[in-house]
Design a protein around this ligand. Sequence first.
Ligand SMILES: *[C@@H]1O[C@H](CO)[C@@H](O)[C@H](O)[C@H]1NC(C)=O
Ligand SMILES: *[C@@H]1O[C@H](CO)[C@@H](O)[C@H](O)[C@H]1NC(C)=O
Ligand SMILES: *[C@@H]1O[C@H](CO)[C@@H](O)[C@H](O)[C@H]1NC(C)=O
Ligand SMILES: *[C@@H]1O[C@H](CO)[C@@H](O)[C@H](O)[C@H]1NC(C)=O
Ligand SMILES: *[C@@H]1O[C@H](CO)[C@@H](O)[C@H](O)[C@H]1NC(C)=O
Ligand SMILES: *[C@@H]1O[C@H](CO)[C@@H](O)[C@H](O)[C@H]1NC(C)=O
Ligand SMILES: *[C@@H]1O[C@H](CO)[C@@H](O)[C@H](O)[C@H]1NC(C)=O
Ligand SMILES: *[C@@H]1O[C@H](CO)[C@@H](O)[C@H](O)[C@H]1NC(C)=O
Length: 897
Amino acid sequence: MERHPQVLLLCALIFITFFALLHLVEAQDQKGFISLDCGLSPTEPPYNDPSTGLTYSTDDGFVQTGKTGKIQKEFEPIFSKPSLKLRYFPDGIRNCYTVNVTEGTSYLIKAVFVYGNYDDLNNYPSFDLYLGPNLWATVDMNGRVNGTIQEIIHKTISKSLQVCLVKTGTSNPMINTLELRPLKNTTYNTQSGSLKFFFRYYFSTSGFTIRYPNDVNDRKWYPFFDSKEWTEVTTNLNINASIGYEPPQLVMASASTPISTFAPWSFSWSLPSSTSQFYIYMHFAEIQTLRSFDTREFKVTLNGKLAYERYSPRPLAMETIFYSTPQQCEGGKCILELTKTTKSTLPPLINALEVFTVIDFPQLETNQDDVVAIKDIQNTYGLSRNSWQGDPCVPKQFLWDGLNCNNLDISTPPIITSLNLSSSHLTGVIAPSIQNLLNLQELDLSNNNLTGGVPEFLAGMKSLLVINLSGNNLNGSVPQTLIEKKGLKLNLEGNSNLICPDGLCVKNSENGGSKKTNVVVPVVASVAFVVVLGSALTFFFVFKKKKPSNREGLSPYTQASDAGRTRSLEPSIMTINKRFTYSEVVTMTNNFTRVLGKGGFGMVYHGTVNNTEQVAVKMLSHSSSQGYKEFKAEVELLLRVHHKNLVSLVGYCDEGENLALIYEYMANGDLREHMSGKRGGSIINWETRLKIVVESAQGLEYLHNGCKPPMVHRDVKTTNILLNEHFQAKLADFGLSRSFPIEGETHVSTVVAGTPGYLDPEYYRTNWLNEKSDVYSFGIVLLEIITNQPVINQNREKPHIAEWVGVMLTKGDITNIMDPKLYGDYDSGSVWRAVELAMSCLNPSSARRPTMSQVIIELNECLTYENSRGGTSQNMNSQSSIEMSMNFDIETIPIAR
Ligand SMILES: *[C@@H]1O[C@H](CO)[C@@H](O)[C@H](O)[C@H]1NC(C)=O
Ligand SMILES: *[C@@H]1O[C@H](CO)[C@@H](O)[C@H](O)[C@H]1NC(C)=O
Ligand SMILES: *[C@@H]1O[C@H](CO)[C@@H](O)[C@H](O)[C@H]1NC(C)=O
Ligand SMILES: *[C@@H]1O[C@H](CO)[C@@H](O)[C@H](O)[C@H]1NC(C)=O
Ligand SMILES: *[C@@H]1O[C@H](CO)[C@@H](O)[C@H](O)[C@H]1NC(C)=O
Ligand SMILES: *[C@@H]1O[C@H](CO)[C@@H](O)[C@H](O)[C@H]1NC(C)=O
Ligand SMILES: *[C@@H]1O[C@H](CO)[C@@H](O)[C@H](O)[C@H]1NC(C)=O
Ligand SMILES: *[C@@H]1O[C@H](CO)[C@@H](O)[C@H](O)[C@H]1NC(C)=O
């Protein structure tokens, strides 16, 4: 017998149960159970289902929308009571049930759907089912005369759970019962994701299904028996099964063994796809009375791989064997085998088997404080809008009307940034819950019938930029703190009873528009401040340039041999303050303790300058032969180039052997990491990907057109696109950049440099360096954000991404190339444009590729398409980018020490 490493054995945990006392099936506690008979009238009291003893109640109060219906008489005999009535949703796209749950608890959630021609249209519906913001299942009832069940085991992450039915075609979503059963926290744990029911069999010829009250968790066990291959073993004795997974007595009281003494017991199944991950739970108990010389021992293998080497079921006690990690089967075909060991006198035996597939729910729910606040506001004003159900912000296509949210990344909970309830017939006072929307930037309550005063709390809301309370019946005086709040745009027009400073409350009839009030002044002032400082700085540089340069310590740069390059080099800008000694570098990196990564030509460390400013310190490795030249190139370039989408150089060190570049710290790493899920395990959405590439394109465009002489980056790739703490993208690693000739001049670079896969084939062939080589590499970056595929993958029919996409596109289906991790959450028009743009950047002839300026225009179009889908206003975007560039300017000021 083969000996296998114990690794698998470690993964397989065991629950052991010893002898059982006589255990009668008694009325089980339904504690925590939620059993809804959807469509039951709210006037009908809860009732007990005679077949299970479960107590069902109306769904009224769990759902605000929908109409109730009833399956037709002819179908009634097939179904029992909770399935006879139903709720259907003719209005709105997404309709949701909201259920109060215990946070952090796994629930078995079941939804039953029985059409029964309730609408007399004989048209079986098809729709999507969501759990919170994530797709759970597509319910296609076609041909399902007997109805269909969706079942999942899901761990809650907040106090409420939303089950949403989403219209995907013309048919109305509908539901008959919704059931939630809390499970013990020691069972059905996964590494990540939830467990979607695949099958749950007990091996018996009984022919009946078993659920509550036999199963304390109301799991449904289906009988299965292969009479050709198996023999049934049963017992009347009691089995101790009331620990661990607690399968019912009845389930454990029968088992299957192979007929043939020598053949293994085997069971096979096919998963939904070859990449499906699953969890398996095998339940065992020895239910035969063994004679003293009998032994039952077998090995457990899954697709030939050892799961458990020598297993003997416990006499009359339940044990469960399972993997604590998700499993996969080659080609999606699985075979479980139990093979008798040589020592064993009896064939293998198994009582029950459960298999679940793993379903990932990557999108996080909206920040819970925001959810509570917005629901309070909804209740305060009695707002019954169809879209105001389910998660307020996500998925983006179901964003609540009048809200805008910030959802950069599916692994960060979205936050509400804008609330617009203009002309919504609001009455009463301004809801105090508004102050709990901590990230609100815009509040528009104009043209309602709001009364009472203007609350002081508005002045305390830090992120607010716009408040529009015009056209209401507010009274009292406007709080002084609000009037004086910096950077706030406040509109109070048309509140005739409001006492406020000149012009703030009355309409300016002269220009008809909203009067600019003095409150705008602080913003203007601070912008002006930045502008003045900015030009002072420019003046400083211009002034300094004209002075004879201070060459101390700068010889390596001024000795640059390439005359074309030194022509406009201004080493004098390299003030001595940006130069650090090696011992300063050691101090700032805390003796090189924290490695950030390995860059183009050396290790990168985390550091701190002046105890506050975080930096990334790139050490030039001595072994790198090209290193020194590249170091110089990078310093020269970076000191000359300043752009918000290019990683800026804070300083450098040049002391003997020790060469270092000190960059601004980019807190969010590189784009590749975010695409691969290495950061936080989740994947950035399409809109964020577009924003990142637009910004990167702007950086590149600046190198091509904004610099004199122009620059070619030469190493554009996703690992060179870095993200700061605001998720602003900046291009890094100019180590390979060289000045390149302006039109007409010829230039041949000596070494073809760049990263395989991103390298322009024309440049490679001709050695002719030109800015269109960057456009080519940028095209590859675009394909990466679209497909999230490796640039080169030898296992693909076409190893290079461009060729692979080309082939896939000829087959015509864009969804085949799209990153599956986007879960279809994108505007397809936007994606098509991006694909077309990428392909044009990859044109073999550089002359036919677009310029970076054209690329930017086109990418902004893609972004507009995507935004119009989710309703993110253009206005918001431009505001946030203004804010970002302002941040940048302010941040750079302390650098020029
Ligand atoms: C079942 O076995 C466990 C120990 O494994 C024991 O704690 C429990 O009391 C037993 N239950 C019954 C009903 O005998
Ligand atoms: C859920 O809990 C909230 C309070 O936390 C309560 O107001 C609401 O009525 C509950 N919903 C249901 C359906 O029980
Ligand atoms: C519905 O159930 C009945 C009996 O339960 C069965 O005979 C019939 O084949 C089922 N129909 C379908 C379409 O599954
Ligand atoms: C399960 O819950 C109990 C108490 O409710 C707690 O002490 C225990 O740590 C939890 N176990 C796990 C695995 O979460
Ligand atoms: C609020 O919505 C109205 C139209 O419904 C629009 O005119 C107004 O500009 C919006 N307010 C803000 C602050 O965007
Ligand atoms: C506001 O309320 C008053 C009565 O309280 C009513 O007469 C008026 O029509 C309302 N205005 C609007 C715009 O709803
Ligand atoms: C309310 O005022 C803000 C800022 O002045 C403006 O953006 C918004 O469009 C106004 N809302 C309406 C409905 O006019
Ligand atoms: C404002 O109006 C409310 C009624 O809408 C009234 O109770 C309150 O006294 C008024 N306050 C002032 C300062 O006039």
